[in-house]
Write a protein that binds this ligand. Sequence first.
Ligand code: PLP
Length: 363
Amino acid sequence: MRSTKAIISLAAIKHNLTVLKSLAPSSKVVVVIKANAYGHGAVEVARYLKDEVCFGVAIIDEALELRKAGIDASILVLEGALGSDELDLALDNDLELVVQNSQQLQKILDKAADYSGNKKLNVWLKFNSGMNRLGFASSDYLSIYQQLAECSLVAKITAISHLACADNINDPTTQAQLDQFKLVTKDLPVEKSFANSAGIIAWPEVHFDWIRPGLALYGCSPMAGNMTGESHNLKPAMTLVSKLISIRKVSKGVAVGYSCGWVAERDTRIGVVAIGYADGYPRHISQGSPVLINGKRYSVVGSVCMDMLTVDLGVDDTIELDDKVILWGEGLPLDEVAKNANTIPHTLMCAVTSRVKYEWLDD
Ligand SMILES: *Cc1c(COP(=O)(O)O)cnc(C)c1O
């Protein structure tokens, strides 16, 4: 078996969930496992967290995959029903739907008119509090709520909105969004949901009845700046590992890799690691970004290739062929690697490809 692996600590995910619950002790949780649990394996994560009451996914297909795997908790589809048959699929499979545009609303009302089945739908009515992506405006929200409340197909309505700038504690947008959300829902007899990971960690007033953690579950910081998951007492869920498949001496002045992209400034040793951009390691990582070998950091140098990357091992000759290399995770925060790749941790988690072997550990 190839030694380039994503090792997923299910126990770390559970630990992170416990930390987030302790920050919002009165809230229930929509455990967000869209995009294959941000690259961690949605079915495996849902099976491990089998006592959770609700999972969140982006699209119907993700929900159906969980149902097929035997997950019988509530599943909330965050974009709602999109294709023409998705409302039927949602009813048949007991999925909960966000209603975020008027076509989705109309389909539910139309369906109710000629529905003879015995299923009911839980809907999460999306309010546009300032993200300006999905959801209804203040001016329409109450009348749409009323139509859903009177709809025979609808069992329960929950008010939902999404934060745009919660990662920055100095941004006034969050308070403005909160004011809007409170105002529009103040007379409605509904449960409310507002907080993503950053909202849970940094904005206690947005917790309401249901928190919706994603990124923080997987151990990274949702906050802007240079924080890591560890600063919130979160543990890394994914450790991406590979090994050294070549070590060679290069003399001062010798170029390494495509385009002769890096030139040794001193005599050194170059280690070749069996992972590249075809595995999901970012090609645009900055020169000098660290990897971890035997607990010590070494710099990525030269260009990241499709299947390999090169690191400067220096003259330290304690390192040997086949030694394990950690690209991110245990001991090397993904938050930091993402910064070096000029991106956010979400993109790197999601980008690990199917060529990488997955191992799920539950202790
Ligand atoms: C993805 C998503 C979340 C989780 O967001 P994180 O920032 O990863 O915690 C919560 N709510 C909605 C509607 C989402 O789409």
